[in-house]
Design a protein around this ligand. Sequence first.
Ligand code: ZN
Length: 154
Amino acid sequence: MFDPAKIEEILSALPDAVRPLSSGLDHLGVAVKDLDATLPLYHQMLGLELLYEETVESDKVRVAVLEFGGGHLELLEPTSEDSPVAKFIEKRGAGLHHVALRVSDCATALKAVGEAGFQLIDQVPRNGAGGKQIGFVHPKSTGGVLLELCQPGS
Ligand code: ZN
C-alpha cells in the first residue's frame, strides 16, 4: 500500500521516464448506458469535437472520444452484461469512471508505480482505444479513483 511517509524515497527512485506522469491529463472516462443518447449532449450541445468512435472488444465497450481543451473525453458504453463498465454502472450508476494520465512509457510507468506500492490491475500495458498503450491502477490504492496510465499511440 502507498505510504506517504516514504514519498521522498519513492520519488528519488522513479526513473525519468515516469516524471511526465504528473504533468498531463490524457482523458476522462465516463460510463454511459446509451452512447447514442448521450453523445449529442457533448457533441452537438456542448460543441466538443468528435474525434472517433471505436469498439474495444477486449474491454467489451463502445467508445466515443471527444476533444476538449487540454484533453479528451471518453464515453464508454458496455457492449455486454459482463463488461467491466456494465458492472460499474450496475454498482455505482453512470458517471465518471476513470482518470487517465498521459505517460511517455506505459510499461516503465506501471512498473514504477507498482514498485512504489500502488495496486496494479494491469501488470503490463495492453491495447486501448486509439492505438494507445494503457494500464489501470486499482482505486483502492489511489484514494478511490480508477487511474489509467496512458501512452499515446504513435
Ligand atoms: Zn481511458
